[in-house]
Design a protein around this ligand. Structure first.
Ligand SMILES: Cc1cc2nc3c(=O)[nH]c(=O)nc-3n(C[C@H](O)[C@H](O)[C@H](O)COP(=O)(O)OP(=O)(O)OC[C@H]3O[C@@H](n4cnc5c(N)ncnc54)[C@H](O)[C@@H]3O)c2cc1C
Length: 387
């Protein structure tokens, strides 16, 4: 069975690997001319580690990652608001967590794909999907067309044509905040320990995730009702004006990160959906369930999709409808919960009320973070680890 995958991001490439390893014939189409990625870094939480082990790429990930041990929550004045023990989550779930730069992560996935003899077809922007009898025809901007029995839509959160095809609409939801994301590298040791520092202000947030003692990725966010312009030459000025007076580590990230390694994102997610497939087209990754970055799970859930979809297609290779239904049943509730948890945290972090943030910080100090850790472990294990 020939399976085209639309989109060469985390979901598309990992699904191609998983399917190829199970003996399927896959082709990946990507609109960009070459490898690109918008993100700065990701935390590979234990549920993603489980999948990466199954895909036999965990050793490559370990070679370039950090092992974060804790996630500290602090106020913008540096007051301790509590701490999540990442090692406790790892212990409950039975797999490690890693922090890794996005470029390294994507390169590892693509190298594995190439090792399996599959090369991404760049410069293939999908413009239309069309049913024709039993088959679905994909039209590309470069005027090529392809016809297939199954199509996997992994074409991301903002303009997925596969989502449009399946649902009849595609409306990412702007969640009222901006993120500037960046990659910091230094020749001197800046981080004594690999711990995440998450600083909370009033409608503002700055998170720093080291991937080694010399490198980190970071995200600075602020509530913004409007979607404005993106002018890279203004990024540092914007960041300085928001985060001046915050702890020195925040200032160091902003000052020492070259503008070329900073991006600005008006952050959208998707409302959860129950319908993930129509005819022989199925959506996965952000096209199906884009959560906010505050969920910490976007890429991890894309990896889970890869693993489950490959299994569902393997056990139902003669009944695609059943494979798609089984996959949707496995994935929809979990991803909907993750979208909700990302929204809950974002609405608290980006609430601009001083009074609200004061109460929020007091509540955080009083929180039993060992329960938070076991709750995260429980949610992320669902339908995957020890399922
Ligand atoms: C600011 C920000 C920070 C984030 N931080 C984290 C994090 O720390 N941890 C985490 O786990 N997740 C994070 N995420 C989420 C994570 O990036 C996504 O959930 C993950 O990349 C989803 O992968 P995907 O393959 O579904 O989509 P994408 O990575 O967006 O890939 C989609 C691909 O499809 C291609 N494409 C789109 N349209 C077409 C078309 N018409 N034809 C052909 N190709 C097309 C795109 O070019 C792209 O390569 C973050 C997201 C944002 C916005």
């Amino acid at each position: 069975m020939k399976i085209p995958i639309l989109g060469g991001g985390v979901a598309g490439v990992s699904t191609a690997i998983a399917l190829k390893q199970k003996g399927f014939d896959v082709t990946v189409y990507e609109r960009h001319k070459t490898e690109t990625n918008i993100g700065a870094g990701i935390v590979v939480w234990p549920n993603a580690t489980y999948v990466l082990e199954k895909l036999r790429i965990i050793s490559q990930i370990k070679a370039v990652s950090g092992y974060p041990t804790r996630m500290h929550r602090l106020s913008h004045t540096g007051e301790n608001l509590g701490s999540i023990n990442i090692e406790a989550i790892n212990k409950i779930m039975g797999y490690s967590s890693f922090s890794i730069l996005r470029t390294d992560f994507q390169n590892i996935l693509i190298s594995k794909l190439n090792e399996l003899g599959i090369f991404i077809n760049y410069n293939h922007e999908v413009t239309q999907l069309q049913i024709n009898g039993e088959k679905t025809i994909t039209h590309f901007k470069n005027e090529k067309i392809s016809s297939a029995d199954i199509i996997i839509g992994a074409d991301g959160r903002m303009s997925s044509l596969a989502r449009q095809y399946v649902l009849g609409e595609n409306k990412p939801v702007y969640q009222g905040f901006i993120n500037w994301i960046g990659v910091f590298e230094s020749e001197k040791k800046v981080f004594q320990n690999i711990v995440v520092n998450d600083y909370w202000g009033i409608g503002e947030r700055f998170g720093i995730v080291p991937v080694s003692q010399y490198k980190a990725y970071w995200a600075g966010g602020i509530a913004s009702a409007k979607i404005g312009r993106k002018q890279p030459t203004h990024y540092k000025k914007e960041l300085h004006s928001i985060f001046s007076g915050w702890p020195t580590l925040v200032d160091e990230m902003i000052v020492q990160t070259p503008t070329s390694r900073i991006n600005k994102v008006y952050v959208h997610d998707h409302n959860p959906i129950k319908l993930w497939h129509k005819n022989n087209v199925i959506v996965i990754g952000d096209a199906a369930h884009a959560p906010l970055p505050t969920s910490g799970q976007g890429a991890c859930q894309a990896l889970e999709d890869a693993w489950h979809l490959a299994n569902c297609l393997t056990s139902n290779s003669t009944n695609i409808a059943r494979a798609f239904t089984q996959f949707t049943q496995l994935r929809s509730e979990k991803t909907a919960n993750i979208i909700s948890s990302g929204r809950r945290l974002a609405s608290s972090l980006f609430n601009p009320s001083t009074e609200f943030c004061k109460v929020r910080n007091e509540n955080s100090k009083a929180t039993d973070y060992s329960r938070v850790a076991s709750g995260m472990a429980h949610t992320w294990s669902q339908n995957l680890i020890n399922a």
